[in-house]
Design a protein around this ligand. Structure first.
Ligand code: PAD
Ligand code: ZN
Length: 374
C-alpha cells in the first residue's frame, strides 16, 4: 500500500491521564519494525477492561491508547513477518501466542510470556509506535485498537476468514472468546450439569452461551441489574436472580434452588466478595469455580480453606484459556458455520468518534457491547 514504510497520521482516542475522558487526537503511527504488523482497524468493541485502565483497576502508563477487541486489515508488515500479509483481515490478540515460551509449548496453557498484563505499554523491542503532540503514547495489552491504525508484534495478530463480518466478529477478540472459553475450555462444563454465572455483561452472557452449547441443563444468571435478565434468558439462562432480592448470600440461595449447589460457577464481575461467593456456590466436593472478572489491583482474598479442602476446584482464565493464534481462526469458522450468534451481545453500534458515549452506555448499565466503526 502507498502508506507502507511511512508514518501515518490518523485519529486515535488517547487517555492522557487516569479518570479523564477520551480525547480524539491526531496521532503519528510509525511504520512496523521487524516482526511487527501495522493494522487499519475496521471495528472495535468496548470492554470493561478498557474502562479498568481509565479507572486504575488495570495498571497502565499514560498517555495510552486502549481498546483490545477488534478486527482490522493489515496495512503493511515489517521485515521477517511471515504469518500475515498486507490486505489480510486480522484480529489483534491481547493474549498473544509466541509459540516458543513454556506456556505456549504446554498444550493446556495460554499465558504466553510475551503477554503485557502488567502495563509495560511497549512492543517487544521495548518502544512504542505512537506519538501525539510530540509525546510518546503507550500501547495497551499488545493491541491498542481505539485508533484508525495500530502496530502490533506478529505474535499478537492472526489472519481470519476475509468474509467474516467485522462489526460482529470483533467480539471474538475478547468478550465472546473469553466467556465461551471459560465455560467450554477452562471450566469444561459437561452435558446435563447445572451452572451459575455471576455478572451478565458481555463476558458473563458469553459464559452462558458456552454453558448452553456444552449442554448444561440449568443455567442461573446473577446480576444486580435486572435489565440484564432478558438478554441472559435469550442467550440460554434458564432463570435469573438479583442479590437485591435476598438478604442472604447468593451461594445460600443457589444451594436452596438446586440440589446441593451447582456443578459449575463463574465470576464475570471482578469483585472480591463475588469471587468468594462464587467459590462457595459450587458443589462442595466436586464443583468447579472459574474466575473470569479482572481482580482489583493489590487486594488479597481471605476465605475458609475448608472450601477447597473438601474438593472444590478453583481456577481462573485469561481469554477463556484459548491459545489465541491457534484458536481464534477456528472460532471465526464456527461463527461462519452458525454454531453461535453474536447479535444478542451487540446492543449499540456507534461511529468511532462517539467512543465517550459508548463508555457512558457501559457505565450506566444500558449496553452489553457497543461496537465502534471507522
Ligand atoms: P460489564 O461491566 O459489562 O458486566 C459486569 C456485570 O456485573 C454488570 O452487568 C453489572 O451489573 C454486574 N455486577 C456488578 N456488581 C455485581 C454484583 N455485586 N453482583 C452481581 N452482579 C454485579 O463487564 P464485562 O462483561 O465487559 O466484563 C466482566 C469482567 O470480566 C470485567 O472485570 C472485565 O474486566 C473482565 C474481563 N476478563 C477477561 C479475561 O480474559 N479474564 C477478558 C475480558 C473481560
Ligand atoms: Zn476485554
Amino acid at each position: 500500500m502507498a502508506t507502507a514504510g511511512k508514518v501515518i497520521k490518523c485519529k486515535a482516542a488517547v487517555l492522557w491521564e487516569q479518570n479523564k475522558p477520551f480525547s480524539i487526537e491526531e496521532v503519528e503511527v510509525a511504520p512496523p519494525k521487524a516482526k511487527e504488523v501495522r493494522i487499519k482497524i475496521l471495528a472495535t468493541g468496548i470492554c470493561r477492561s478498557d474502562d479498568h485502565v481509565m479507572k486504575g483497576t488495570l495498571a497502565s502508563k499514560f498517555p495510552v491508547i486502549v481498546g483490545h477487541e477488534a478486527v482490522g486489515v493489515v496495512e503493511s508488515i515489517g521485515e521477517g513477518v511471515t504469518t500475515v500479509k498486507p490486505g489480510d483481515k486480522v484480529i489483534p490478540l491481547f493474549a498473544p501466542q509466541c509459540r516458543e515460551c513454556k506456556s505456549c509449548r504446554n498444550p493446556d496453557a495460554n499465558l504466553c510470556i510475551m503477554s503485557d498484563f502488567t502495563g509495560r505499554g511497549v512492543l517487544a523491542d521495548g518502544t512504542t509506535r505512537f506519538t501525539c503532540r510530540g509525546k510518546t503514547v503507550y500501547h495497551f495489552a499488545s493491541t491498542s485498537t481505539f485508533t484508525e491504525y495500530t502496530v502490533v508484534d506478529e505474535f499478537a495478530v492472526v489472519k481470519i476468514d476475509d468474509a467474516a463480518p467485522s462489526e460482529k466478529i470483533c467480539l471474538l477478540g475478547c468478550a465472546f472468546s473469553t466467556g465461551y472459553g471459560a465455560a467450554v475450555k477452562t471450566g469444561k462444563v459437561t452435558p446435563g450439569s447445572t451452572c451459575a454465572v455471576f455478572g451478565l455483561g458481555g463476558v458473563g452472557l458469553s459464559v452462558i452461551m458456552g454453558c448452553k452449547l456444552a449442554g448444561a441443563s440449568r443455567i442461573i444468571g446473577i446480576d444486580l441489574n435486572k435489565d440484564k435478565f432478558e438478554k441472559a434468558m435469550a442467550v440460554g439462562a434458564t432463570e435469573c436472580i438479583s442479590p437485591k432480592d435476598f438478604t442472604k448470600p447468593i451461594s445460600e440461595v443457589l444451594s436452596e434452588m438446586t440440589e446441593d449447589s451447582v456443578d459449575y460457577s463463574f465470576e464475570a464481575i471482578g469483585h472480591l466478595e463475588t469471587m468468594i461467593d462464587a467459590l462457595k456456590s459450587c458443589q462442595k466436593n466436586y464443583g468447579t469455580c472459574v474466575l473470569v472478572g479482572v481482580p482489583p489491583p493489590a487486594k488479597m482474598l481471605a476465605y475458609d480453606p475448608m472450601l477447597l479442602f473438601m474438593g472444590r476446584t478453583w481456577k481462573g482464565c485469561i481469554f477463556g484459556g484459548w491459545k489465541s493464534r491457534d484458536h481464534v481462526p477456528k472460532l471465526v469458522t464456527d461463527f461462519m458455520a452458525k454454531k453461535f450468534d453474536l447479535d444478542q451481545l451487540i446492543t449499540h453500534v456507534l461511529p468511532f468518534k462517539s467512543i465517550q458515549e459508548g463508555f457512558e452506555l457501559l457505565n450506566s448499565g444500558k449496553s452489553i457491547r457497543t461496537v465502534l466503526t471507522f
